[in-house]
Design a protein around this ligand. Sequence first.
Ligand code: NAD
Length: 172
Amino acid sequence: MRGLLLGRMQPVHEGHLEVIKIILKEVDEVIIGIGSAQLSHTLKDPFTAGERVMMLTKALSENDIPASKYYIIPIQDIECNSLWVAHTKMLTPPFDYVYSGNPLVQRLFIEDRYKVTAPPLFNRKIYSGTEVRRRMLEGEDWESLVPKSVVDVIKEIDGIGRIKHLSKEEVR
Ligand code: NAD
């Protein structure tokens, strides 16, 4: 059996890793769809799809999850919600279950007759992309919310410099 987990992963954090481990107790393989793959270089979506693939691959390896257990597939957004499930299916290996806490994602897959599960949330107040990005911008501790390998990727690409630069007001 195969499960699909969808997320923007801006950035990958410990909550994502916990939920992937739970899913792998229920299914043989997990497909991790990196949503909004076309977006990057904004305060809400700072990292490219390729950077998010790198974060996830290294974090899964750090957590001893073998590469034979997962597929990481970047998925661009499309204009039509009613066609998005078909668009996603075109890009991914076949799957039996969908895991998402996002009501729109849940609804679209339910209407296509998939079994959809909302995975348990781990410490959502701090394990959230919004909180990690807020801390990055405000110079607070964000490193403890993400796997060590994600810290290394963000340093390699100067992610903090990028977020701080993007938040600047234009100087005239
Ligand atoms: P997200 O990164 O906010 O969350 C992804 C999932 O990770 C959540 O549903 C939840 O299951 C899990 N998660 C997050 N924090 C957790 C924690 N602390 N503990 C346990 N689990 C946790 O991503 P999202 O916004 O739900 O991603 C949906 C993607 O689907 C977006 O990119 C969206 O644009 C895309 N989408 C596109 C269309 C379209 O193109 N028409 C339609 C629907 C959805």
